[in-house]
Design a protein around this ligand. Structure first.
Ligand code: SF4
Length: 216
């Protein structure tokens, strides 16, 4: 990434950090995507009005604090073998100028059918479903792999460390990639043009939201 770029990256607290020199290029990270998934207006309040979140009350954005804090990973080679993994790369940084995204993928897997897949560790228990945020993170990383390796990505994996390394598969297709591109595009629109986005569909999120007094 050159210095004439505007980037949105996760700061140490998990929030948004922006640097601007030339607004031609904006890079969205998985952490920014998570903020957007919790509520698109987070992006507006943070990036357009520069109102930071109250860390005590803010809605939890957990990526980066999960397994990365504990690093309590055990060897899951047997699980990789079971899904036909023939090669793995760990902690791979990738960027896509075409799609305006960048990030570090926990593991990049090459599978026996020739496709590739992201594997993301969650320092959490599996709770009967792969959460929406976890699913889209996997798609986000899948898109980075697809772009950088020029290989098909049809699935992603999430490893729930606190559920005995339970491995869950996420199907990824063109529809998912298109949806991801739409979301990234909206994040960039909000940030660059100050478009006021819709609020979350999940009203329960508003109860604990630090922006609830200014959100109309
Ligand atoms: S109050 Fe609700 S709609 Fe408004 S920013 Fe917070 S979560 Fe989003």
């Amino acid at each position: 990434m050159n210095e004439n770029q505007f980037t949105m990256t996760a700061n140490g607290a998990g929030g948004l950090q922006t640097q601007t020199t030339d607004t031609d290029t904006i890079y969205v990270t998985a952490s920014v995507l998570l903020e957007y998934l919790f509520c698109p207006r987070f992006i507006y309040f943070m990036n357009c009005l520069c109102i930071d979140q109250n860390e005590d009350k803010r809605y939890k954005v957990v990526k980066g604090r999960e397994v990365h804090e504990g690093r309590e990973r055990t060897n899951i080679d047997y699980l990789r073998t079971r899904i036909g993994c023939v090669n793995k790369e760990v902690g791979v940084y990738m960027a896509s100028a075409k799609h305006h995204i960048h990030g570090i993928v926990d593991e990049v897997l090459t599978l026996s059918d020739g496709t590739m897949a992201p594997l993301d560790y969650k320092y959490a228990e599996y709770r009967e479903t792969v959460f929406r945020t976890q699913k889209y993170q996997s798609i986000f990383y899948g898109m980075l792999i697809k772009e950088n390796y020029n290989r098909d990505v049809c699935r992603g994996y999430v490893c729930y460390v606190r559920s005995k390394n339970l491995l869950k598969e996420i199907s990824i297709g063109e529809r998912e990639f298109d949806e991801m591109l739409r979301m990234v595009s909206e994040i960039i629109d909000i940030t660059q043009r100050g478009c006021y986005p819709r609020g979350t569909k999940f009203q329960a999120a508003c109860i604990d939201c630090c922006y609830r007094n200014i959100c109309v």
